[in-house]
Design a protein around this ligand. Structure first.
Ligand code: HEC
Ligand code: HEC
Ligand code: HEC
Ligand code: HEC
Ligand code: HEC
Length: 344
C-alpha cells in the first residue's frame, strides 16, 4: 500500500516539475545560511553515496582535526577559519570566476555546523541561495547549472592556493588538460540520489566520487612517479649506485600544499635473501625545505653501503617512496622498486 502511494506521489511530483519546468523548494532549510540549516547529514538523506564519500574525506574533518585545533590555538585565529569552515566558496559578488586568473580573497567563516568543516554548502551554495552543480536537474530544492565552474581546477584553487599556483605555472606542460577533479574525484556513473522517492525519478548521470583523496589520485595517474636504480656496482666491499626519481606528473609538486605537515620519505633498503632489511638510508622531501619534486622533475640520489661482516648476505636493493605525517603513523605508498645485486 505504502509503496503504491509513494508511486502516485512521485508521479504527481514529476508531473508538477515537468509542468513548471523548474525546481521547487520543498526544503527551504537546505539553502539557509544559519543555524536553521540542519547540516550536511540532511543532504545525505538523499545524496547517500556522495555523503558517505565526503564524510570519509579530510574535507569533513578540516575543523575537528586535532592538528587544526592545536595550530589555531583552540580556534582563536579567525583568519584560519575561512577555508576550513567557509560559508561558501563563491565570492561575495557571486563570481564563479570562469576566468583562469586567480581571485585571492578571504572567505567568510560560518558560525553554524562548524564540525562539518568543508561541508556540502561550502562548495555548492551560491550567494543567491541556489544549490549549484554541473548538471541541470529537477528536485526538491533550488538548483542552478554552472558546469564550467564545477569542472575546472579553479574551484579547488579557491582554497588550495599554493597548489593551484603551481598548477597554473606548469600550464605549458603536456597532459595539462587534467583537472584536480579528474585525479582527485574519480568518475562514476550513477544516480545522484539514492533516497526515496527521488531516486525513482532520475536516471544515472556522469558524476564524480567525493573522495578527494590522494589514494584515488595515485590510482588515476598510473606511472605518475617512477623509481629506478642505475649505475649499480658491487666491488671493493661497497655496494653503490644511483636512485632516480622521475615525477611524471605535470600538474603539481610532490608533496604539495602549504599547511600542516607535508613530508614524503624515500627509503633505500639493503636486504638479505630472507627479505630482511640489513641496512637502510633515508631522505626527506619537504615542502618547508623547498626540496619537493617539481612537476616533470627528475632527481638523482647517489648512495653507497659499506659491506662488512653483518651484511655479506646482501642480495637485493629496494627503494620505497611514501607520504607520511609528523608521527610517522600514517603512510601512503607512492612508488616502489626492487633490484637484485650482482655478485662482486
Ligand atoms: C573551502 C575550501 C576548500 C576547497 C574549495 C577545496 N578544498 Fe581540499 N582541503 C581543504 C582543507 C581545509 C583541507 C585540509 C583538511 C584536513 O586535513 O584537515 C583540504 C584537504 C584536501 C585533500 C587532502 C590533503 C592531504 O593532506 O591529504 C585533498 C586531496 C583535497 N583537499 C583536494 C581538493 C580538491 C580536488 C578540491 C576541488 C574539487 C578541493 N580540495 C577543494 C579546503 C578546500
Ligand atoms: C529530499 C532529497 C534531497 C535533499 C535533502 C538534497 N537534495 Fe540535492 N538533489 C535532489 C534531487 C532529486 C536532485 C536532482 C538529481 C538529478 O537531477 O539527477 C538534486 C540535485 C542536486 C544538485 C545538482 C546536481 C547537478 O549538477 O545537477 C546539487 C549540487 C545538490 N542536489 C546538492 C545538494 C546539497 C548540497 C544538499 C544539502 C544542502 C542537497 N542537495 C539536499 C534531492 C535532494
Ligand atoms: C595528474 C593527476 C593529478 C592532478 C591533475 C592533480 N593532482 Fe593532486 N595529487 C595527485 C597525486 C598522485 C598525489 C599524491 C602525491 C602526493 O601526495 O604528493 C596528489 C596529492 C595532492 C595533495 C596532497 C595530498 C597529500 O597526501 O599530500 C593535494 C592537497 C592535492 N593533490 C590537491 C590537488 C589540487 C588542488 C589540484 C588541482 C590544482 C590537483 N591536486 C591536481 C595527482 C593529481
Ligand atoms: C570541496 C568541494 C565540494 C564539496 C565539499 C562537495 N562537493 Fe559536490 N561537487 C563538487 C564538484 C567539483 C562537483 C562536480 C564534479 C564533476 O562532475 O566534475 C560536485 C558535484 C556534485 C553533484 C553532482 C553530481 C556529480 O557527481 O557530479 C552533487 C549532487 C553534489 N556534488 C552534492 C554534494 C553533496 C551532497 C555534498 C556534501 C555531502 C558535496 N557535494 C560536497 C565539489 C564539492
Ligand atoms: C586559503 C585557505 C586556507 C587558509 C586561510 C588556512 N588553511 Fe589550513 N589548509 C588549507 C588547505 C587547502 C589544506 C590542505 C593541505 C594543503 O594544501 O596545504 C590545509 C591544511 C591544514 C592543516 C593540516 C590539517 C591536518 O589535519 O593535518 C592544518 C594543521 C592547517 N591547515 C592549519 C591552518 C592554520 C593554523 C591556519 C591559519 C593560520 C590555516 N590553516 C589557514 C587551506 C587553508
Amino acid at each position: 500500500m505504502a509503496n503504491k502511494y509513494l508511486g502516485i506521489t512521485s508521479g504527481l511530483i514529476v508531473t508538477m516539475l515537468l509542468l513548471t519546468g523548474c525546481t521547487m523548494n520543498l526544503h527551504p532549510e537546505l539553502v539557509k545560511r544559519s543555524e536553521e540549516f540542519p547540516g550536511s547529514k540532511k543532504c545525505g538523506e538523499c545524496h547517500i553515496d556522495i555523503y558517505n564519500e565526503w564524510a570519509g574525506s579530510l574535507h569533513a574533518k578540516s575543523y575537528v582535526s586535532e592538528e587544526f585545533r592545536v595550530s589555531t590555538n583552540d580556534y582563536e585565529f579567525k583568519f584560519c577559519l575561512g577555508c576550513h569552515v567557509p560559508e561558501t566558496i563563491f565570492t561575495p559578488d557571486g563570481t564563479d570566476a570562469s576566468q583562469a586568473e586567480f581571485v585571492e580573497e578571504e572567505k567568510k567563516p560560518r558560525t553554524h555546523n562548524l564540525e562539518d568543516g568543508v561541508d556540502c554548502q561550502s562548495c555548492h551554495l551560491t550567494v543567491d541561495c541556489m544549490l549549484a552543480g554541473p548538471h541541470s536537474g529537477m528536485g526538491p530544492h533550488p538548483m542552478e547549472k554552472k558546469e564550467e565552474f564545477y569542472r575546472r581546477s579553479y574551484l579547488c584553487g579557491r582554497c588550495h592556493v599554493e597548489t593551484f599556483k603551481e598548477y597554473l605555472m606548469n600550464a605549458h606542460n603536456n597532459d595539462h588538460d587534467k583537472t584536480c577533479q579528474d585525479c582527485h574525484m574519480p568518475a562514476v556513473k550513477r544516480k545522484l540520489i539514492q533516497g526515496e522517492p527521488w531516486q525513482r525519478l532520475h536516471r544515472r548521470k556522469e558524476g564524480k566520487a567525493h573522495t578527494f583523496s590522494s589514494l584515488s589520485a595515485i590510482k588515476n595517474s598510473d606511472g605518475f612517479i617512477v623509481l629506478s636504480f642505475t649505475e649499480l656496482s658491487n666491488k671493493n666491499n661497497q655496494i653503490k649506485g644511483v636512485l632516480e626519481i622521475q615525477n611524471n606528473m605535470p600538474n603539481h609538486s610532490i608533496p604539495t600544499g602549504s599547511y600542516g605537515y607535508r613530508e614524503v620519505l624515500l627509503l633505500i633498503n639493503l636486504k638479505n635473501s630472507f627479505g630482511e632489511t640489513i641496512k637502510s638510508k633515508h631522505e626527506s622531501i619537504f615542502v618547508e625545505m623547498d626540496t619537493q619534486l617539481k612537476p616533470m622533475e627528475k632527481r638523482k640520489y647517489p648512495f653507497a653501503f659499506d659491506i662488512d661482516g653483518t651484511n655479506k648476505a646482501a642480495k637485493e636493493l629496494e627503494a620505497i617512496l611514501f607520504r607520511t605525517d609528523f608521527n610517522r603513523t600514517n603512510k601512503t605508498l607512492l612508488a616502489k622498486v626492487e633490484s637484485k645485486i650482482g655478485t662482486p
